[in-house]
Design a protein around this ligand. Structure first.
Ligand code: KG4
Ligand code: ZN
Length: 341
């Protein structure tokens, strides 16, 4: 099964070629620099960039994989959730290619794809479905914070999500209060390495609540008030590092403790994580330590598969196509991405 996949849900234009679960190419063109001057993703600019970049990115993905479009067996794209105009570009391009080749189009739910990115690894890079175990999965990015119970392959239940800001959004907004450029998450990660995480006490919202939802807007507000009341901290490089470490510790504590508690409650043997915030070094370290303490296997998405990419879309599409009933009419039936139940 040779598959071309597109991901254009937010600010990454990506195309990948997947062959029987093996990632032959995964080309990602990031728009971060374009949106940085606006302090966040501007949907109209994102859509225009996808229009500009999708074709060259696709040509590169096909060339790196060493195949021509005529050899494809199927085409996949993220159908949601995401920025509507951005999604439309990837989806309509994929449908057009599928229509022209008279091959199936597979629509993929973005979060569902993130659930499987921790299972893509190795050299050569490929999907490791043979190693799959039921798990509790943390999806944590600039737009989403979700805890999901993956009961078996393609069988998931959302346990909780954020009721306000996403964790990545909290990193970025706290960074803005500190005068850091967008996206501030990776910068806070770097500065925090030289700081004291106990220097300042910030709240850990909902950490002890008996449910799996998250809330980060109150933490951001307390950082705002702290800076208003202690403006001198922004004049001192060591205090800024301490502040970064303290804010990061509060976010990471909540993410890690709620994930571990859900995993213990549900009796799974494995914890996984993906999404841009999973690049955070303290989150990776803390999850590893807590999983070791409770005997969970931990699978973290590789840093270049944490952020949005078409490889995870194509890998999941290939898996779904493999499970379609024989005799399906590809000319009329669109394979739907499963909704997360
Ligand atoms: O998954 P992603 O690339 O895009 C979406 O939001 O969909 O995630 C981007 C988010 C941003 O909020 C960024 O600040 C955060 O991930 N991020 C990090 C780190 N790397 C990226 N946050 C904390 N530490 C990092 N190392
Ligand atoms: Zn994502």
């Amino acid at each position: 099964m040779l598959l071309l996949a597109f991901e254009t849900s937010c600010d990454e234009t990506s195309a990948a070629v997947i062959h029987d679960g093996g990632v032959l190419s995964n080309v990602v063109s990031s728009q971060i620099k374009l949106h940085a001057e606006y302090g966040g993703v501007v949907p109209e600019l994102a859509a225009r960039e996808h229009l500009r970049n999708l074709l060259p990115v696709t040509r590169t993905a096909l060339a790196e994989a060493g195949i021509s479009a005529g050899e494809l067996d199927a085409v996949a794209a993220t159908y949601g959730p995401g920025l509507p105009t951005a999604l439309m570009i990837g989806c309509k391009a994929a449908q057009a290619v599928a229509f022209q080749l008279r091959k199936p189009f597979v629509g993929i739910h973005h979060h569902e794809a993130h659930l499987y990115s921790p299972w893509i690894s190795g050299n050569p890079v490929r999907a490791r479905f043979d190693e799959f175990q039921s798990n509790v999965s943390l999806i944590v990015s600039g737009g989403h914070t979700l805890l999901i119970h993956v009961r078996s392959e393609l069988n998931h239940r959302v346990l909780g999500s954020t009721v306000d800001d996403a964790a990545g959004e909290c990193f970025d907004k706290c960074g803005k209060l500190l005068g850091l450029p967008y996206p501030a998450g990776p910068i806070i990660d770097r500065l925090a390495a030289g700081g004291n995480s106990s220097a300042y006490a910030f709240p850990r919202p909902l950490i002890r609540e008996d449910h799996d939802d998250f809330s980060f807007s109150g933490l951001k507000t307390s950082v705002r008030y702290f800076i208003r009341d202690h403006p001198a901290v922004l004049e001192d490089q060591q205090m800024i590092r301490d502040l970064c470490a303290s804010v990061q510790a509060a976010i990471v504590d909540v993410l890690v403790e709620k994930t571990i508690r859900a995993a213990r409650r549900l009796g799974v043997s494995c914890v996984t994580a993906s999404g841009g915030v999973t690049c955070n070094s303290t989150l990776r370290r803390r999850l590893a330590a807590r999983c070791e303490r409770f005997g969970f296997q931990l699978r973290l998405a590789d840093p270049n598969l944490c952020t949005d990419n078409a490889a995870m879309i194509g890998v999941l599409a290939g898996r779904k196509l493999g499970q379609q009933p024989a005799g399906m009419n590809w000319d009329t039936d669109i394979v739907p991405g499963l909704q997360l139940a």
